[in-house]
Design a protein around this ligand. Structure first.
Ligand code: GAR
Length: 208
């Protein structure tokens, strides 16, 4: 059974999708053992507490830079004996001290089809604003491994979602969450926990 540590910063709907998937047996061979938040008032912390999951708060504001913050996160991950780390709406880019300590063991959900609308500065509603400004007809979500470059690690799963003419960033965000993120994130976590993701030449493939 793998220890899954979920890192959050906000509402935690992706965390909720993971909790629900664990309860319904969609996630096999893994359990969420700790939720770590960069934001003391994140609603995600309540979701974890309501489900009896241990929480830790590491406020980003209390650290002067990304490197010192990342070392604090790394210490917490080591203490929690993390097998898999899931960034579920975690709004801080982690320094390479974390990504190098956990190669191919950190996954992130991004609310667009990478390599579109991703990288530094593309997070939350900004991603959907950019997709609407460009005028794409499909956007979607991507689950990928985290490496030293923002949103550039090996892609595990992607799901396209239609963009409608009347969409606002908020409406598009909600449709992408419901139709893509909340489905492919638990699926990828389950595949990881069952050792069904293999890496060949830096790319991720699903073992049948
Ligand atoms: C989600 O849409 C997630 O994909 C996005 O923030 C939202 C968090 O919602 N993450 C990023 O933009 C990271 N680059 P949640 O807190 O309700 O899961």
């Amino acid at each position: 059974m793998k220890n899954i540590i979920v890192l959050v910063s906000g509402g935690g709907t992706n965390l909720q999708a993971l909790i629900d998937a664990e309860k319904s047996g969609i996630i096999r061979d893994g359990r969420i053992t700790c939720v770590i938040s960069s934001n003391p008032s994140a609603y995600a912390l309540e979701r974890a507490a309501n489900n009896g999951i241990k929480t830790r708060v590491l406020p980003r504001k209390e650290y002067s830079d990304s490197v010192s913050y990342s070392h604090a996160v790394l210490d917490a991950l080591n203490e929690e004996k993390a097998d898999l780390i899931v960034l579920a709406g975690f709004m801080t880019i982690l320094d390479e001290c974390v990504t190098k300590a956990y190669p191919y063991r950190i996954i992130n959900v991004h609310p667009a089809l990478i390599p579109s609308f991703c990288g530094e500065g593309f997070y939350g509603l900004k991603v959907h604003e950019a997709a609407l400004t460009y005028g794409v007809k499909y956007s979607g979500a991507t689950v990928h491994f985290v490496n030293e470059k923002a949103d550039a690690g090996a892609i595990i799963l992607q799901k396209p979602v239609e963009v409608k003419r009347s969409d606002t960033p908020e409406v598009l965000q909600k449709r992408i969450m419901e139709q893509a993120e909340w489905k492919i994130l638990p699926e990828a976590v389950s595949l990881f926990c069952q050792d069904r993701i293999e890496i060949i030449d830096g790319k991720a493939f699903i073992k049948e």
